[in-house]
Design a protein around this ligand. Sequence first.
Ligand code: NAD
Length: 497
Amino acid sequence: MTLRLPQLIAGEFAQSESEHWIAVTDPATQQVLCEAPAATPDEIERAVASARAAFERWREVPVSERARLMMRYQALLKAHQEEIAVGLSRETGKTFEDAKGDVWRGIEVVEQAANVASLMMGETLENVARGIDTHAWTQPLGVCAGITPFNFPAMIPLWMFPLAIACGNAFVLKPSEQDPMTPNRLAELFLEAGAPPDLLQVIHGGREQVDALLTHPQIAAVSFVGSVAVGQHVYRTATDHLKRAQCFAGAKNHMVVMPDAAPTQVVNALVGSACGAAGQRCMAISVAVFVGSARECIEPLTAAFAELRPGAWDDPDAAYGPQISPQAKARILDLIARGKAEGATCRLDGSDCQVDGLPDGNWVGPTLFTEVTPQMAIYREEIFGPVLCCVCVDTLDAAIALVNASPYGNGTSIFTASGAAARRYQQRVEVGQVGINVPIPVPLPFFSFTGWKGSFYGDQHAYGKQAVRFYTETKTVTSRWFEEEAVAGPNLSIRLE
Ligand code: NAD
């Protein structure tokens, strides 16, 4: 009998009453690992109501106690890191090393959440007018919701609920239906760490369940991470219902290679950042822009790509795993075919990739295109597979103009030995996260994750440092404390005196 995944509602992991169940498969074999429910309207209602009641109690809990919960949770996650990573590898296909990294990047955010007291401190100023003082408090919002993608089933839920809860909120998580077992395990450990059982609710499903959260009057704020089309839908719907919303969306990240860059570093960086996690990262490099003679790197790069071999999560020689689903693979193969039809040169084609002993896996081999133009679908669309498009330009300014013309702005990098070129790039490029000789410049959570343009909809870059701003509201209190009755008479102007 197939395992049916429970949901965490009102403090209990329980089976859903749903009639609709979604199969969760091992992407290397198509074996069904479990089924996740599409939560019923009644279950969503109970989850939100229970979270709201939890919030009323939790907001009164001292901040140091909230921080200590995060310390215990951090320790538990560390102790269970490998076990979580095994489950994560099985449902995503990620290599074990990559899966451990996924968990670790989440643990780092929990560490940030344990630091919540200093992050939530307000501001004060005495004598803003005679005898009048003002102080600004940072207060929680209520019930926040999180909607997460398949590609980081540990890190991205951990971007959200620990910080939101540390700030004093309650949280409803709707993880990706493609790999929901890891988020369930994170929730189990959260309870084991001593969290009040109804503070975090986990419901499962897809569009219908997301829409129910986006339109629910008791949800104060929505965090979303996922594709562009869904991100736009979530942002529009949530803000249409007057909620605070932050939506981290898709990307097309460029790496600019200057003629003075070290060729070995360039090749290593492009191999890892284009093909790592089978290209299923929002910060993956999917376009390499070679300036002038840097195009000489294309030969050794093609050779290095040809060496890469995907494989099962527990194969230590596998460079990366399968795509998440047969549909994702079919979409990538379609884009590769369109690239060829539109006139790009496919120097390495991973469309017919096979892995010994795993004939049913969603394998795509490393793929490299040259002679790519910005009009082609392979350049315009996020492929989310191990596919690199190479473009050649003559100058750094031409490279900057190309990158800035992209509708996305998640990540970019420049490889160069020139401080002047690096400085010009970091200053002029219209992308939120810039690497200089670093291919995937994701900041640690004491900074914020800062995608720009079509890679982010919202007005707060609210993971890491800024998350406290997203999950709280500032309240300014202006006060006057009389030592004795000393008001001369009514003040009829709006000025404080
Ligand atoms: P997705 O948009 O298909 O799904 C994300 C979430 O939205 C899931 O929980 C899913 O159930 C839900 N969803 C799907 N369709 C929906 C609909 N029509 N209405 C409402 N909700 C819906 O994304 P994915 O394929 O799981 O993840 C990959 C995408 O996420 C890529 O585009 C990648 O770039 C992006 N991503 C962005 C970041 C970032 O920080 N910018 C990080 C990771 C992933």
